[in-house]
Design a protein around this ligand. Structure first.
Ligand code: ADP
Ligand code: MG
Length: 278
């Protein structure tokens, strides 16, 4: 049985039902997260759970607070209130690298440029980057270098193969197309072997062919047990991939349901019509 975290709020008479809580094995849990920017309440008491093994979608009109929520969960923004757990470890107010070490990795809506690095180098920094570990000890202890480095290189190569970009390994990252960079960013995020992966608009600005490839990669990883929480504006993409889907509106959870439940909910339709549009 799941219960609803009752929330009431603005948007005329909209009932903010809240997310489904009380899941059996949540890998990620938030409780009453709050964030304001000046007078603006960007996150207004968000409690959500992501069940291990799921692809959980997150949708909502522009400015609903989706990216802010990711920033709060992953430790990139300071909280004004609330708590976060990853794998039952409380990560409230932890630094991003500590949250990553607890098993949560996130990607950014706009991929960061990887100046001066080849894809191979970017992947190896990725293996250590978000978790905050230093690669320096590897250089200082030569016997360890060979073993650990080889393992990292092999893992990086496997990930590049999985994302079908193994042929790019020696390319300077500045030579990559936008689509290729997107795939490198995805592959790189997985080098930390996260328990839950948060993707912020993975197919924004991506052509339909690549979007389909990305959908297939996500599905394959999920079939092998990878858990995802995915923000996406592309409705057909997210409705095809995710279940359940959580709807954010004006910093609050409007509802959570199956893609069909969400699609046919009048409040969701109203939120998109009343907001900045999908
Ligand atoms: P979404 O990802 O759902 O489109 P965001 O989380 O990016 O929405 O933004 C939610 C609200 O918070 C918006 O009104 C946005 O302008 C505001 N906001 C987000 N980040 C910041 C910030 N760093 N400084 C000030 N306002 C911000
Ligand atoms: Mg956003």
């Amino acid at each position: 049985m799941t219960e609803h975290a009752g929330q009431t709020g603005s948007h005329e008479d909209m009932t903010y039902e809240g997310a489904n809580l009380g899941k059996s094995d949540p890998v990620l849990r938030t409780e009453d997260l709050r964030k304001t920017f000046g007078g603006l309440v960007a996150t207004d008491g968000v409690s959500v759970e992501v069940e291990r093994g799921s692809i959980t979608g997150m949708i909502g009109p522009n400015g609903a607070g989706k990216s802010t929520l990711f920033n709060l969960i992953s430790g990139f923004y300071d909280l004004d209130g609330g708590r976060v757990w990853v794998n039952d470890t409380e990560v409230t107010e932890k630094e991003p690298h500590e949250t990553a070490q607890s098993g949560l990795i996130r990607t950014f809506q706009t991929p960061r440029r990887l100046e001066g690095m080849t894809v191979r180098e970017a992947m190896l920094v990725g293996a250590k980057g978000q978790t905050g570990e230093s690669i320096l000890p590897l250089w200082l202890s030569p016997s360890k270098v060979t073993r650990e480095e080889r393992a990292n290189v092999e893992r990086a190569e496997r990930l590049l193969e999985r994302f079908e970009i193994a042929h790019l390994i020696d390319q300077p990252s500045t030579d990559l197309s936008g689509g290729q960079l997107k795939l490198v960013e995805l592959a790189r995020a997985f080098t930390a072997d996260p328990d839950v992966m948060l993707l912020d608009e993975p197919v924004a600005g991506v052509n339909p062919t690549l979007a389909n490839d990305i959908k297939r990669f996500i599905r394959e990883l999920n079939e092998e047990g990878q858990t995802f929480l995915i923000i996406e504006h592309d409705m057909p993409f997210i409705m095809d991939l995710a279940d359940p889907v959580i709807v954010l509106d004006q910093g609050k959870v409007l509802m959570e349901g199956t893609p069909d439940e969400v699609r046919s909910d009048q409040r969701v339709i109203d939120a998109y019509l009343g907001g900045a549009g999908p």
